[in-house]
Design a binder for this molecule. Sequence first.
Ligand SMILES: C[S@@+](CC[C@H](N)C(=O)[O-])C[C@H]1O[C@@H](n2cnc3c(N)ncnc32)[C@H](O)[C@@H]1O
Length: 247
Amino acid sequence: MKTLSNSEVAIASHSPNDVFFCPEESYFYSQCLEKMVLNRCTNSDLVIEFGSGDGSPVIHSLLRTPFKGKIHGYELNSRAYKVAQNRIKQYRLSDRYIVRNQCFFEGYKQSQANYLISNPPYLPAPDNDIYMPSLHGGTDGAAITKRLFSVGCDRVFSLISAYSNPVETIEYALGKGYKTIDFAIAPLQFGYYSSEPKVKETINALRRDRKAFYSPNIYLLAGVLFEKNHNSNTDLSSELLKVMTAF
Ligand SMILES: C[S@@+](CC[C@H](N)C(=O)[O-])C[C@H]1O[C@@H](n2cnc3c(N)ncnc32)[C@H](O)[C@@H]1O
């Protein structure tokens, strides 16, 4: 029989309504962080994270890259925060991954960070009375993602879902002076959170307004690196939107 680690026991003892649990999505986030952020960072770069969850995506990417700088994460959910703390200690990363149990928007120090990273809440619904309220992304799912572009970091890495008004989100980032400099796309199945009837009905309504794009079972999730004050003329926003709005 497989022996569970402390953090696996912690996760197993919570329902997905307590701690965000979607291994495919967290794994994609982790892979993107590794390739698009940590492999580009220098050791003097400071990274801040909105919504650390159980901490596993950043921990896995830290273990797989030479980056030796610091990541300051913020996690609102105290259960998720405790699981993250447990994992960080287990992997001896306490001096490099510092997570606070605090709202990101109240805690971040914008002046020092070079990168802002996030797999943000992006579920669209009329209100936050859903399975996990802290995954609510406003009526179109894009509200929190848009707020990330007002924090003031030169580089923002975020996951963006094709059912959460991607066109307006990218246009909003461009309006704030960012360019899309890299992206990766993963097809995901609608899961526990996005299949909740109230959420699914909202997604269906957004589709009628060309604000959500998906096939019957699959939606596309993009990992996108934006940069402000980018020297080159590279902007992959049109290519990104072409893929995301294909369904
Ligand atoms: C989609 S989950 C991502 C979790 C983790 N990064 C991952 O990819 O597995 C979003 C996380 O953001 C947290 N969150 C929501 N609003 C927040 C806020 N204002 N400040 C900090 N964390 C927040 C939620 O509790 C949730 O854990």
